[in-house]
Design a protein around this ligand. Structure first.
Ligand code: SD4
Length: 331
């Protein structure tokens, strides 16, 4: 039954009296949701997880030249994917426990479209393959061999992603083969990026080689919509880094966007999402890191993590800066 007809019929009965306040409050809620949406006057902004100034600068330039936030996200992530020194993204990423580098990535545009690859080998620019999945296939996720073959069919070159440095690190790890979560306190890791372009449109992207020495076939939060990344062009976007299992279990990025929809600032929403993780029964949060960054439609940003050591890079008003995050554990 259409809402208008339902209201009309309900008002002919006693039920009408009972539900009138409910309908009225829904209408107010609808109004107040819309109030949080600023559609004009947004200044462009680019943010990224960790110290990724080269990526944010690249994305910023795309936007300054009139490019879309989607192009900016792809170009920004490609910088880190090609950076062999970064051992958690693209080429040079640390392998799984069998010595294979497997990549996860996703991208999301202003229209709520999304594309991802999971557990893909031998292709450096996972983010660009994810974009092709979004734009050139009827699907949203391609995995493993299928993703790799799709990439090759689109002209991507197969490459060995295991660099000498990452191979050495893996060989050293194999001496003990001890698997424990590493709290990422170095200033570089999985890259998640969010941007608003000159038209005020928001896009996001996230790319990673996942956790070092993970089990073969393991997929983290980074390529999963709502967990590693979520965009709602009316509200804002969020992306995550850290122990993906914990982000997945709380659908962290979607949660942050929904909290912003309810009126929370990006900072408050990131803090609440971290709190959901640490407040879980038997949460082992002293032993893992999770960090979130978020932006709302007005271009306001927020970031927060469980532990010290997380940073966010932001390019806005012509300035490219990395800032240490505030964190839940204060020791
Ligand atoms: C994952 N979230 O695969 C990624 C890894 C990461 O900082 O972000 N590390 O779980």
């Amino acid at each position: 039954m259409k809402r208008r007809n339902f209201i009309k019929r309900a008002s002919l009965t006693g039920l009408g009296l009972a539900i009138a306040p409910v309908i009225a409050s829904c209408a107010t809620e609808e109004k107040s949701t819309k109030k949080t949406v600023a559609t004009t006057g947004t200044t462009p902004v680019v943010i990224g997880t960790w110290d990724v100034k080269r990526s944010t600068a690249t994305a910023w330039e795309v936007i300054q030249n009139g490019g879309s936030s989607l192009d900016a996200m792809e170009q920004g992530c490609r910088i880190e994917e090609a950076n062999e020194k970064g051992q958690s993204v693209g080429k040079g990423g640390l392998p799984d426990r069998d010595g294979k580098v497997t990549l996860d990535a996703c991208i999301m545009n202003k229209d709520g479209d999304y594309g991802a690859v999971v557990c893909m080998q031998n292709i450096t620019h996972a983010i660009s393959v994810a974009r092709k999945v979004m734009e050139d296939t009827p699907h949203v996720i391609l995995a493993g061999k299928g993703a790799e073959e799709f990439a090759v069919s689109k002209g991507f070159k197969r490459e060995n992603l295991l660099t000498e440095a990452s191979k050495k690190a893996w060989e050293k790890w194999k001496e003990k083969s001890e698997y424990k979560q590493i709290i990422n306190i170095e200033n570089h890791d999985t890259i998640g990026m969010l941007a608003i372009d000159k038209k005020g449109d928001i896009s996001g992207a996230c790319t990673t080689s996942g956790l070092a020495y993970k089990m073969a076939g393991r997929v983290g939060d980074s390529p999963i919509i709502g967990s590693g990344l979520f965009i709602d062009n009316e509200i804002g976007g969020a992306t995550a880094t850290g122990l993906g299992e914990e982000v997945l279990k709380t659908v962290g990025s979607f949660l942050i966007v929904e909290l912003m929809r309810q009126g929370k600032s990006p900072q408050e929403a990131c803090e609440e999402a971290i709190k959901r993780i640490v407040d879980k029964p038997n949460s082992n949060f002293k032993n893992f890191q999770v960090g979130y960054i978020a932006v709302n439609k007005k271009g306001e940003t927020g970031f927060y993590s469980v532990h010290k050591g997380f940073t966010m890079t932001k390019y806005q008003d012509g300035k490219n800066t990395s800032t240490p995050s505030t964190h839940y554990i204060n020791s």
